[in-house]
Write a new protein. Structure first.
Length: 457
């Protein structure tokens, strides 16, 4: 039979065996392949479901309950250096949609959304701001030494450079700072957390000035565009260094979740409760902490010393630039405790656990009610640090006292040094090398001379 004849015969052949004829051997597997496929699909589906249930605590009833709840989206006001990225990346794994930006309250507060914010102990927050600007972990030109950020003295080791730089930085902001003094094109620590609630009253001209206006992407000689995204990194021309307390409370009361970094898990679980009406099984007290779906996001900064290890004078200055922030943080601790207890009562489940509650209670015990408010009786520019608190044995000044301002007081003079193109290039190379402080262990940096010292004169 020729190829043409075989092709014609194949075209005329029946597609299936006729009645009474036996099936060809090749058709037998098709009768058992479908049941096998169904079995494999059931096993795969079961494994997937089991893994999902296990990740949510292993209770199928609770998983179904969680899945049945509606989700209200969350708008998160991210204050820098408070752990906000970790919170923002973790909350979606609790089944909650969230958006978050480092922008002022007026730009992120949303109707028909759960508005949330998280604050940090101001003492640690100030050190974190300095450490980020000091280390420049992203190698940004906006943190070039040409902006004058204090990073110690020539020849300092990283530890000594960090300490010397911190003392100069705190003195710059903590002793009667004015807007025209500038802020080194990095964070302005004066009540930054409180200012995020009230900033945004901009001046189109003054807020774009070099050195005193919004942050710039480049160096002073080639500054580039202003970082114009309505944040409180710098102090706007129309913003207050110490925002009005009543206005702060009103804005905090308009937010559904006010949490603190020191109780980040409880804050995340409260956000979930406000959005879904229930909480993840690993939120509950007594659950396996290792199974909580943390999505940690670390923006490393070189910080060799804790707050308790810096000088008393430095602690006094930290207290002086955070007079309002400490009130905001104290309010946030109280709000978190109150709102968590109410949610626990409605659900019949506990997520503000004993260890966390003890930490929060200890923070509240540091001051008596009204103590921090009393420090605000005088205007910001009439203050000098030095007053002692009830717990002055544990830490430095909690407030400050007024110093009379004489009629002959003169403003401080600041000189600016200029640099050649070759000097600028050399500084940028040194700044890039300085990033070793971020990636090397501290022990390896003990005896290494500093490569990014202060260039302001």
């Amino acid at each position: 039979m020729t190829d043409l004849e075989r092709g014609v015969a194949d075209e005329r052949a029946p597609l299936r065996p006729t009645n009474g004829s036996s099936a060809s051997p090749s058709s037998a597997p098709s009768k058992i392949s479908f049941p096998l496929m169904v079995a494999f699909a059931v096993v795969g589906l079961g494994a997937t479901l089991g893994s999902f249930v296990s990740s949510w605590g292993g209770d199928i009833v609770q998983v179904l309950q969680l899945a049945s709840h509606n989700k209200i989206p969350v708008s998160y006001m991210h204050v820098p250096r408070t752990g906000g990225d970790t919170l923002r990346f973790t909350v979606p794994h609790l089944g909650v949609p969230i958006t978050g930006e480092e922008r002022c309250y007026k730009y992120v507060h949303r109707e028909r959304a759960i508005n949330a914010v998280m604050f940090r102990d101001p003492r640690e927050h100030v050190l974190s701001q300095f450490s980020h600007c000091f280390a420049n972990p992203h190698g940004a030109a906006s943190m070039s030494p040409l902006w004058g950020f204090p990073r110690g003295n020539r020849g300092d080791t990283p530890k000594l450079g960090w300490m010397n730089g911190l003392n100069k930085w705190l003195k710059h902001f903590g002793e009667n700072w004015h807007r025209e003094d500038g802020y080194f094109n990095c964070f302005n620590p004066i009540n930054m957390q409180a200012r995020y609630l009230t900033c945004g009253a901009k001046d189109e001209v003054k807020d774009k000035e070099i050195h005193t206006g919004a942050e710039r992407w480049g160096t002073p000689d080639d500054p580039g565009r202003a970082v114009w995204f309505q944040s409180a990194h710098y102090l706007g021309a129309n913003d207050d260094a110490e925002p009005d307390l009543e206005k702060l409370i009103r804005r905090l009361d308009s937010m559904q979740v006010v949490g603190v970094t020191e109780a980040m898990k409880a804050t995340a679980c409260l956000i979930e409760y406000q959005s879904r009406g229930t909480v993840h099984p690993q939120c509950e007290c007594g659950s396996n902490e290792k199974k909580f779906p943390w999505k940690e996001e670390r923006n490393e900064a070189y910080q060799p010393y804790a707050y308790a290890e810096i000088s008393e004078r430095a602690r006094e200055l930290v207290m002086n630039v955070t007079r309002v922030d400490r009130l905001v943080h104290r309010y946030a601790v109280k709000r978190l405790i109150r709102d968590s207890l109410r949610a626990e009562e409605k659900m019949g489940k506990r997520f503000l656990c004993s260890a966390t509650r003890r930490v929060l209670d200890a923070m509240l015990d540091e001051h008596k009610d009204g103590e921090l408010e009393a420090a605000l009786d005088q205007a910001w520019d009439e203050y000098r640090p030095g007053g002692k608190s009830l717990n002055h044995a544990e830490e430095a000044s909690m407030g400050a006292f007024a110093i009379p301002r004489g009629p002959l007081a003169k403003p401080r003079k600041r000189s600016v040094r200029t640099y050649t193109a070759a000097e600028q290039e050399e500084l940028m190379v040194k700044m890039t090398e300085a990033r070793a402080a971020e990636v090397l262990p501290r022990e390896a940096l003990e005896e290494v001379p500093m490569t990014h010292f202060e260039y302001s004169r």
